[in-house]
Design a protein around this ligand. Sequence first.
Ligand code: NDP
Length: 325
Amino acid sequence: MSRPDLLQTGPMMGMIEAQLGELFTVHRLDAPDAEAMLAEVGSRIRAVATGVGSTGGGVRRVTDALMARLPALEIVANFGVGYDSVDAEAAGKRGVVVTNTPGVLDDEVADLTIGLLLATLRRIPQAERYLRAGKWPTGGFPLSPTLRDRTIGIVGMGRIGRAIARRLEGFGRPIAYHSRRPVADVPYAHYPDLKALARDVDALIVIVPGGPETDRMIDAEVLAALGPTGVLINVARGSVVDEPALIRALADGTIAAAGLDVFADEPNVPEALIGLDNTVLLPHVASATHVTRNAMGQLVVDNLAAWFEGKAPLTPVPETPVKGR
Ligand code: NDP
């Protein structure tokens, strides 16, 4: 039997590409002749593999317009728990299943978030740059803000938000959170109003999904509420923060500092952010370890393999539930 046709939207990890090559006839959307390829094989494509992965750059969106060119499409497997680059609602309407990679990265992302929080507060990269520049003999590195006197607000109390909160408990700091619905089994104070949370905490950690509903929810007003000693940590998506408003807030002292793993237009980071000394900036690496990226990659392949064996996919997204297959 011939292998099903799969469309890969961009480069993926070697271990994913090797397995896809064994299971599918793979066509590449990032090939120079992509238009001709789509015209020729678009009607045969039954699966799409997509996601940020190891591409080191922006990701090709799986839009309704792209899916319209793939009438035989059954499944879109996304590398990453965040699938804001896939129009999952449109997929649902077309009867296409979307899968993501939840759970396997929670601890890794939470670890990095704590690291970024401490790096931002204690100015660890700045202190290291100071030493490397040979400035230590000329005087001590300036004193830094601390985690010790802070209440921490978490925006998003899902799988990763909880993993972050569990770690913060070990630091003995009070925790509160914002999400649309309170979470039944966590002991932290729930704030239905994001601005009220920002007002009451000294550090805001953002870990909600991207997409239209969270677009620029961290705006100038939220930053003003966070206040001049406040720090912002964003490990969610760049779209969640109003980046120009954040740059202004960092430059004029509206907030104290920011630690950012994600940006509005990756991999392009505004010069204004790079030029500020009160930022710690990372190239979207929260899940980027060998162990965790391999687990995510395997889940991409396993979802596709299960589907084409006639089984239910392992991790469909809520917009495209699969019942009994
Ligand atoms: P979950 O779906 O488990 O949790 C999402 C949380 O966000 C829930 O508490 C949800 O609560 C809340 N939320 C969703 N929409 C809104 C909204 N409009 N307003 C307020 N709260 C909202 O997701 P995960 O914890 O697994 O992942 C969260 C996100 O983290 C991913 O979607 C991804 O974008 C990002 N991420 C980033 C990584 C990186 O490399 N930097 C790595 C991994 C994930 P409720 O629905 O009640 O509002």
